[in-house]
Design a protein around this ligand. Structure first.
Ligand code: GLN
Length: 524
């Protein structure tokens, strides 16, 4: 079997075309990706568990479906699902039948899914090939993947830096060509921030666009599932494959899901054409204190390029932005403290027996949860306690409404907003683990979007000091299609930028046996 590395450099839509044209098989495609994963993951640690036999069976199924369609003719080939035979990474909080899902936590060590998450069912039906589960901050709490019980993930651009978080494993796997696309979740920025600092595309869809059934919960009123990819079209393909109503998640929307990818023009001029007359709002408050000047420079240059291509740039105010972080760090821990109560050593995963039921409960949670998760549980139970509920939780819910109203007002004047995804490039491993507030500040530009339930797309917009910068496009509820169109337009007008021809700078080090292992690093 060929394990041709060049196959891993293709976009998913190019892989799909190659499979249909018979240029390579799904089995060969998987073998090429597994060879990279097996050779490089010691140094990257993007993967928590692999299921090579399951993936090989799915690839063989895909090849059989393609062969059958080819025998039937061109129409049958064209009707095959877009992700048939395509490797897709799943964040380690997506439950799949018979396979491990730990959500990056020791407390779920040994847990195997009794059923498939809605999105796993949808991906299986589409014929996607799942090599395994990707690393993440424990229960998705963090911005660096250093809170994983299974050791941090490295950033393919600089192995001494974080890949962002909490979906850092998915972001790093996509950036390092271990998979063309991967699933993440975003509660306060966990898709957009890692996408930004790894130079990948990431979208947090509108709250309710994708079912959360079978997604291990963090903060239920904020959590959304979304795609990582190396271009906008692939992100659109993956979202299209998993979005839509599921009766098992009452918050999932019955609104029709447009064919996001089919609507994106291949032709550069046509893609850029959507910018003419489009009104893009630049929120003043997103250019925060402490923003790195080189990051700000890349964002301002992108804004200027979008304006030169015909977009009208309008300065807008989102006056309650500054309260976003404080609001989030009441609401998210409050919901987390309730969601995490189910991890009691009786129902799931790990169980530490010590004396009576209470003793076993305390021992299981004491040993099973890491320090950041315990901090969140304490914050959350405190904010929900009698006497504090009104002062903290209720107040935070009211401020959340004000944040949403800021966006509502802005969208009476503009079609979408443009902002940085993060104020800084990827930071060094260990730089923020000693200071929770510094870690929390990583999400200052992404959190308000979750509070308001809106969709937002992060697209790479160049390098600052050799590290990727992300441009964030924020849309009105259910307007993902427009965000993809603007993202595609940005790719079209920026297509000749020299940075687009670069691969992540540290990839050669991943192949070097002298590079230190990231497996089993201590949990922060
Ligand atoms: N970094 C934020 C947190 O720690 C957001 C994480 C997320 O989106 N899951 O809560």
């Amino acid at each position: 079997m060929s394990t041709d590395r060049s196959l891993t450099r293709l976009h998913a839509h190019e892989m799909a075309a190659g499979l249909r044209a018979g240029r390579f098989s799904a089995g060969e495609l998987l073998a090429a990706h597994l060879a990279l994963i097996e050779g490089q993951d010691r140094a990257l640690n993007a993967w928590v568990s692999l299921d090579a036999p399951g993936a090989r069976a799915a690839a063989a199924d895909a090849d059989a479906r393609i062969a059958a369609a080819r025998a039937e003719g061109a129409a049958a080939l064209a009707a095959l699902p877009a992700l048939l035979g395509i490797p897709v990474g799943l964040k380690d909080l997506v439950v799949t039948r018979g396979q491990p899902s730990t959500a990056g936590s020791r407390i779920l060590a040994g847990f195997r899914g009794p059923y498939d998450a809605h999105i796993a069912e949808r991906l299986a039906a589409a014929g996607a090939v799942i090599p395994g589960k990707t690393n993440m901050d424990e229960f998705a709490m963090g911005s660096s993947t250093e809170h994983s019980a299974w050791g941090a993930t490295a950033n393919p651009w600089d192995l001494d830096r974080v890949p962002g978080g909490s979906s850092g494993g998915s972001a790093a796997a996509v950036a390092a060509y271990h998979v063309p696309v991967a699933i993440g979740t975003d509660t306060g920025g966990s898709i957009r921030q890692p996408a930004a600092v790894t130079g990948t595309v990431g979208m947090k869809p509108t709250y309710g666009r994708v079912s959360r059934y079978g997604i291990i919960a963090f903060a239920s009123s904020l959590d959304q599932v979304g795609p990582f990819a190396r271009d906008v079209r692939d992100a659109a393909l993956l979202l299209g494959a998993v979005a839509g109503r599921d009766d098992r998640d009452s918050t999932s929307s019955a609104l029709p899901v447009p064919d996001y990818a089919a609507a994106l023009p291949e032709d550069r001029d046509r893609a850029a054409g959507i910018l003419r007359g489009l009104r893009l709002g630049l929120p003043r408050q997103y250019f925060v204190d402490g923003m790195e000047p080189e990051v700000e420079a890349r964002i301002r240059e992108a804004v200027a390029a979008l304006a030169a291509a015909g977009a009208e740039i309008v300065e807008v105010d989102l006056p309650h932005t500054g309260y976003g972080l404080a609001t989030y760090y009441i609401i998210a821990p409050a919901e987390a403290s309730a969601n995490l109560a189910r991890h009691d050593g009786i129902r799931y995963g790990r169980s530490v027996r010590e004396g009576d039921v209470l003793g076993s409960y305390l021992a299981t949670r004491g040993e099973g949860f890491g320090p950041e998760v315990k901090r969140r549980i304490m914050l959350g139970t405190y904010a929900l306690s009698a006497g504090y509920y009104d002062a903290y939780y209720l107040k935070a819910q009211k401020v959340r409404t004000l944040i949403k109203e800021d966006f509502d007002r802005a969208f009476t004047r503009v079609d979408a907003l443009i902002a940085p995804s993060t104020p800084t490039v990827a930071f060094p491993l260990g730089a923020r683990t000693g200071d929770p507030l510094a870690m929390y500040l990583s999400d200052i530009c992404t959190i308000p979007v979750n509070a308001a339930g809106l969709p937002a797309l992060s697209v790479p917009c160049g390098l600052a000091d050799g590290l990727p910068v992300g441009l964030q496009l924020i849309g009105q509820a259910w307007d993902e299609a427009r965000l993809f169109a603007i993202g595609r337009a940005w790719e079209a007008i920026d297509a000749d930028a020299p940075w687009r021809r670069l691969e992540p700078a540290a990839l050669p080090r991943l192949d070097d046996p002298a590079t230190p292992s990231m497996k089993g690093r201590a949990q922060a």
